[in-house]
Design a protein around this ligand. Structure first.
Ligand code: UDP
Ligand code: UDP
Length: 355
């Protein structure tokens, strides 16, 4: 009821602003009170299109033992209906900002935080909040397998940007660029797209973005997306904390740069070593790809395929956690005293002696 009441209040507010509404309610309802509340609300608002959604059985056994609220939460989260339909998806949070922050921060509580807690820390530090005593954290949050926790880990409530860039010498066909454009538009995800239309960029005779992508795309995504046709400093962009995923052809430099910055990857190999590279990052647990997309320009990859894969990239909590761990290891290796530097010093030492 604590979720239903504010939700129905919002529904009434939208109705009073001349919105056309479809209300999807969950079957079975949690309680008789909930069921009668919904019926009485709908009888007073006959203009609402009402659909009943039958909940499939829970996947996690912990969820089943924790009762109907968790079963419904997990089922709805697994559904991803909005993604399939390509419509925007907003969630109403009926809790305090502090608890919402704790839920949003869960995916970032990494192995190192866990180690810190194991070493006797009794508080969790969440940026912007006073430290939260461990005793105030709900016990299911300590179990990554619990349905509620697993869903939070895979659906972080952050303002996250996907970077798309296909290296210095790969240009996609115009048809493929249009499919990618449509996939991005319908995904609702924030993006930075570095667009290359020719293999070799030279000054002069440059088409502008509007000619290539159309003005309606640029207009409809102007608040959440940027397309650039010039060279950007990819390493710096990947180092920005807002970047939550990287779609690229998987040239090896791009793989290394993303890995070092702990950014999960979606591989879209085009030619050369890139399919082999994609196998490597998938095995390492830092990236995903779809083998059926083939080599560059082998077939037209459709917008729905692209949208679903980008959405998977941005929502996969495990990818995020592993990418972050890999990033920490990579920085250690390339930093002072790390293996990478030491190996180079050991390699050049005998060469110096021979001089
Ligand atoms: N409520 C009610 N009558 C009852 C029990 C609860 O009207 O006998 C309402 C209460 O007014 C509130 C909601 O149910 O709007 C409970 O929400 P809350 O967030 O306080 O707690 P939850 O049920 O989510 O634990
Ligand atoms: N790069 C960049 N800005 C761009 C495009 C590419 O900085 O706009 C850099 C990227 O960071 C990487 C290199 O160019 O270091 C591309 O190398 P990669 O091996 O990923 O792909 P290739 O260009 O060889 O296909």
């Amino acid at each position: 009821m604590g979720h239903l009441t504010p939700f129905l209040r919002l529904t009434s507010m939208l109705l009073s602003h001349d919105c056309k509404l479809t209300l999807i309610t969950v079957i079975p309802t949690v309680s008789a009170a909930e069921s009668s509340h919904i019926s009485s609300f709908l009888s007073q608002q006959p203009e609402i299109n009402h659909i009943e959604f039958y909940v499939p059985p829970a996947k996690h056994s912990d969820t089943i033992s924790d009762g109907p609220f968790f079963i419904i939460f997990e089922a709805i989260s697994l559904g991803k209906v909005a993604v399939d339909l390509g419509v925007h998806n907003y969630a109403i949070s009926t809790t305090s900002l502090n608890f919402l922050s704790l839920m949003a921060y869960l995916p970032i509580l990494t192995k190192s935080d866990a180690a810190q807690l194991a070493n006797g820390a009794d508080k969790i530090e969440i940026p912007g909040l006073t430290p939260l005593p461990l005793s105030s954290v709900p016990p299911p949050f300590f179990s990554a397998d619990h349905g509620f926790t697993a869903t939070l880990l895979s659906n972080p409530v952050e303002s996250v940007v996907v970077l798309l860039s296909f290296g210095s010498r790969t240009a996609m066909s115009r048809d493929q660029i249009r499919e990618l454009r449509d996939g991005l538009e319908r995904s609702g995800i924030q993006f930075l797209w570095v667009l290359k239309t020719k293999k070799v960029d030279k000054d002069g005779n440059e088409e502008d973005l509007e000619e290539i992508l159309g003005s309606s795309f640029l207009e409809s995504t102007k608040d959440r997306g940027i397309v650039l046709k010039e060279w950007v400093n990819q390493q710096d962009v990947l180092g920005h904390s807002a970047i939550g995923g990287f779609v690229s052809h998987r040239g090896w430099n791009s793989v290394m740069e993303a890995a070092r910055n702990g950014v999960p990857m979606l591989a879209w190999p085009q030619h050369g070593d890139q399919r082999t590279n994609a196998e490597v990052l998938e095995k390492a647990g830092v990236g995903i790809w779809d083998r059926t997309w083939g080599w560059g320009n082998q077939r037209l990859v459709k917008e729905g395929e692209i949208r679903r894969k980008i959405s998977e990239l941005m929502k996969d909590g495990n990818l995020k956690i592993i990418a972050k761990m890999v990033g920490e290891e990579a920085r250690k290796t390339t930093g002072n005293g790390g293996n990478s530097k030491r190996t180079i010093i050991e390699t050049i030492a005998p060469l110096k002696q021979n001089m």
